[in-house]
Write a protein that binds this ligand. Structure first.
Ligand code: NAI
Ligand code: MN
Ligand code: ZN
Length: 337
């Protein structure tokens, strides 16, 4: 089989590898589609501190089970499945409180263990979620990015009366936006970005107001319109944003961050405590595949609005470069296998 391997930072090869046999409790998936994410590019460029090389990247993937290991019912062969990349131990403290996404021995497919940019991948059977016939292949491969939004919004308990503000109109901002509008029916969602083309995509995904903050002070702009966000999601993740979010937030608001920068950011206790703000963070997803499959069945979200490009996996280097360089026209780039 062919696999996309990052041999070391900045060295990508399509390598012939032996077809893997599923171990006990595992299934083998014949991959049909995979999605490119910022973290794939970070591993490729050597910017992911968790990555070990060589690595088959890819943690957003969909395919068909073509073999099963010991202890897995052979009736699973032929099932269409989307794979949850989060592998956890099941018994540490975070696992015991339903948060396997921060398991103390967390393994993420495509990061710590070989992932889905490959003709075949072996994964734990429990991580391969059956996709109902009514959900298309293209939508099934988009489940993982929407689980990030499900995890984030699930912590915030949005209501339709919230005034929500999302920083960033990349894939993460747009999945969060679709969740707030489609699932939680939040009446007012504002999206802030620096790229007009991306803000246009936000409008297509249901934003009620878009703000380009490249040349204006966001606080002044919101004050002018008398807007005090009650729920803020930072899907842009620059370290300076948290302090701004604290400043623009309504008293009693909730703020959620999802960034991984190791740069310090300056915030004050007073800013948070005087308004009794709640600050949340969200990483990956905690068992959110069934929830997003349900959203898709009920047509509460529309992944099609995020898919901008498709490449054959043999052109993966060009696909990643397009994804990295062309933020104006790219949102989700898919690879076909
Ligand atoms: P992206 O880079 O495609 O989108 C970020 C957007 O934020 C861009 O459109 C950019 O123009 C905008 N932006 C940057 N600085 C801004 C500012 N100061 N104000 C307003 N907009 C600004 O990235 P993507 O894929 O949407 O991911 C967003 C972030 O989420 C990344 O930092 C990524 O590392 C993180 N992430 C976190 C996950 C988690 O589970 N916690 C999972 C996936 C991504
Ligand atoms: Mn991803
Ligand atoms: Zn654990």
């Amino acid at each position: 089989m062919k696999s996309v391997v990052i041999k070391q930072p900045n060295e990508l090869v399509i390598e012939e590898r032996e077809l893997p046999k599923p171990a006990k409790g595992e299934v083998r998936v014949k991959i049909k589609l995979a999605g490119i994410c910022g973290s794939d590019s970070h591993i490729y460029r050597g910017h992911n501190p968790f990555a070990k090389y060589p690595r088959v990247i890819g943690h957003e993937f969909f395919g068909v089970i073509d073999a099963v290991g010991e202890d897995v019912d052979s009736s699973r062969i032929g099932e269409r499945v989307s794979v949850d990349p989060v592998i956890s131990c099941g018994h540490c403290y975070p696992c015991s409180v339903g948060r396997p996404n921060v398991c103390t021995s967390l393994t993420v497919l495509g990061v710590h263990r070989d992932g889905g940019f490959s003709q075949y991948a072996t994964v734990p059977s429990a991580n391969a979620y059956t996709i109902p016939d009514e959900i298309s292949d293209e939508f099934a491969v988009m489940i993982e990015p929407f689980t990030i939004a499900a995890n984030a919004t699930g912590q915030l308990h949005p209501t339709e009366h919230d005034v929500a503000l999302i920083y960033g109109a990349g894939p993460m901002g747009l999945t969060s936006l679709q969740a707030l509008k489609g699932v939680y029916k939040v009446k007012q969602v504002i999206v802030v970005d620096r790229i007009d083309e991306r803000l246009n995509m936000a409008q297509l995904s249901g934003a009620d107001r878009i703000i380009n903050n490249s040349n204006l002070a966001l606080k002044d702009e919101l004050d002018k319109c008398n807007i005090k966000p009650t729920l803020i999601i930072d899907a842009a993740c620059h370290p300076s944003i948290l302090q701004e979010a604290i400043t623009i937030a309504s008293p009693a608001a909730r703020i959620l961050i999802m960034g991984f920068s190791s740069d310090p950011c300056q915030i004050t206790q007073q800013g948070i405590t005087s308004k009794e703000l709640s600050v949340f963070s969200s990483r990956l997803n905690a068992n959110k595949f069934p929830i997003v499959i349900d959203w898709l069945k009920k047509k509460l979200i529309d992944p099609q609005k995020l898919i901008t490009h498709q490449f054959d996996y043999t052109n993966v280097a060009e696909a990643i470069e397009t994804f990295e360089k062309d933020q104006k026209s790219c949102c989700k780039v898919l690879l076909t296998f």
